[in-house]
Design a protein around this ligand. Sequence first.
Ligand SMILES: Nc1ncnc2c1ncn2[C@@H]1O[C@H](COP(=O)(O)OP(=O)(O)OP(=O)(O)O)[C@@H](O)[C@H]1O
Ligand SMILES: [Mg+2]
Length: 185
Amino acid sequence: MRDGFVVWFTGLPGAGKTTLAIAVENALRARGMRFVQRLDGDVVRQDLTRDLGFSKEDRDENIRRVTFVAELLSKNGVATMCAFISPYRVARAEARRRCHNFIEVYVDCSLDVLIARDPKGLYRKALAGEITGFTGIDDPYEPPEHPEVVVHTDRETVAESTAKIISYLEGRDLIPPLGAPVEAR
Ligand SMILES: Nc1ncnc2c1ncn2[C@@H]1O[C@H](COP(=O)(O)OP(=O)(O)OP(=O)(O)O)[C@@H](O)[C@H]1O
Ligand SMILES: [Mg+2]
């Protein structure tokens, strides 16, 4: 059986974490990988961590619980995609320490483009002062210092950013090459 791993997408709201996590998940399934699980901030916050808000303490607790799940999955052969803003370096370092084959993907995008993109309309609200504690506007984001992969979604297409991540995973021999025989998956 293949080794499990965690692809941990971190970045500002709207940077493209969910989009890329889904694209990578689809690419892995297209290669015949069956043990793939995606954990996404929006979904997790409706269930596993629905009691939590957006204070520093609650954001850390959100990531601590998700890390627990990602650790179990990755140690049991599952290709795990984690899409969380995860703004704090220390919390991500703990995820790195506990998860098997932790691959940090910094989903980088300029604030100008994020504000223009604003898929959920939250930048507009944060800039208007209608919501507070919004990461990137009036709440901190600590960029990774040594991410395994950096994608620049303000100047790459989704396909280009996805290809970067897939080729990194191939280079680490964590995923089978395209067209590999079934027993290699
Ligand atoms: N190279 C790229 N990679 C990912 N997304 C891109 C890229 N280029 C443009 N986009 C667009 O940026 C938007 C990213 O939205 P997405 O919901 O994936 O962000 P997110 O990081 O998950 O945000 P949130 O933190 O609010 O969950 C999408 O509309 C997507 O189509
Ligand atoms: Mg998302």
